[in-house]
Design a protein around this ligand. Structure first.
Ligand code: PDD
Length: 284
């Protein structure tokens, strides 16, 4: 998928070929940084304010001094789309690390490193229609999953396991309690009510999740932030996940077992339509 040539680095927009980092970079050596993935529909950001707010929360949580204000980074991210003349569906990846310094666990007194780039990203329309298969994995991540940290090794390993079993996503559980997925939030529907893990330190507080809570309130669909078990998951009427790249994605199999009738359920489909309306996506 095409990466657009102009990237943001520190406070400048430069050609991606000019973006280089020293091997003594704290993101590379310690994973000492944070990131965001932001959706773009037809050249316009979706949930940009929410992503910037979460970026600042993550920075505060790891005591990282950001080199910009919220309004400055918003302006820079907008110009990233403009200089690349992006008018189609895409995503922006941005990351900020504690900077470049001789390796030492203790914080260095240097400026943060920041870059952001845009990449083409069509909507996963086929999967949104058919639904996806998943596996279940123990959640072996740390206790601060609300921080969007660069340390993604447990997530990467879980996703790779899913991939090797021809599945789209790995669902995480801690002691049989479902938390979320390797790169998305998870929801179960039972008797017309949506259940999802509460916003504790054990899950990422997804921007799409935040918007889903507003959408269901408007639709008068009950949503309860209450954890559920693996056993309850298998007994659910519908399952779906959410993320900036996967949108509202129906889940039809878990560990090879069919969920309900094996088709995306009515509540999931209502939410998908509400999402498209909210993101101003025309029917495709
Ligand atoms: N992942 N949970 C985890 C562990 C995630 O990594 C993500 C996002 C989400 C959903 O968050 P949001 O709705 O803000 O996209 C939940 C991004 C897409 C990624 O790492 O690529």
């Amino acid at each position: 998928m095409k990466v657009y040539p102009n990237v943001l680095s520190q406070n400048d927009i430069i050609d991606q070929k000019l973006l280089t980092y020293s091997f003594q970079e704290r993101g590379l050596q310690f994973g000492d940084g944070i990131y965001e993935v932001i959706r773009i529909y037809q050249g316009t950001y979706y949930l940009l304010t929410e992503h910037i707010d979460r970026l600042f929360r993550s920075a505060e949580a790891i005591k990282l001094q950001l080199p910009f204000s919220k309004s400055m980074v918003k302006k820079q991210l907008e110009s990233l789309l403009k200089v690349n003349q992006i008018t189609s569906d895409a995503k922006v990846y941005m990351q900020i690390t504690r900077g470049t310094a001789i390796r030492n666990h203790i914080f260095p007194n240097v400026e943060a490193n920041f870059y952001a780039y845009a990449q083409e990203l069509p909507r996963p329309l086929d999967l949104l229609t058919t639904g996806v298969d998943t596996i279940i994995q123990p959640d072996v991540r740390w206790q601060n999953c609300y921080i969007k940290s660069l340390n993604l090794l447990p997530n990467v390993l879980a996703k790779q396991n899913a991939y090797e079993q021809n599945c789209f996503e790995a669902i995480f559980h801690r002691n049989d309690v479902i938390t979320e997925c390797s790169s998305s939030n998870l929801y179960m529907v039972k008797n017309g009510t949506i259940y999802t893990h509460p916003e504790t330190n054990n899950i990422l507080h997804g921007c799409v999740r935040q918007r889903i809570k507003q959408l269901v309130a408007a639709l008068k669909v009950p949503l309860i932030e209450e954890a559920f078990t693996i056993e309850q998951l298998y007994q659910s009427d519908e399952l779906f996940l959410s993320s900036s790249t996967a949108e509202i994605m129906p889940i039809i199999h878990v560990e090879g077992k069919q969920i309900s009738d094996g088709k995306p359920g009515p509540t999931t489909r209502i939410l998908q339509r509400a999402y498209e309306k909210d993101a101003k996506i025309s029917e495709q």
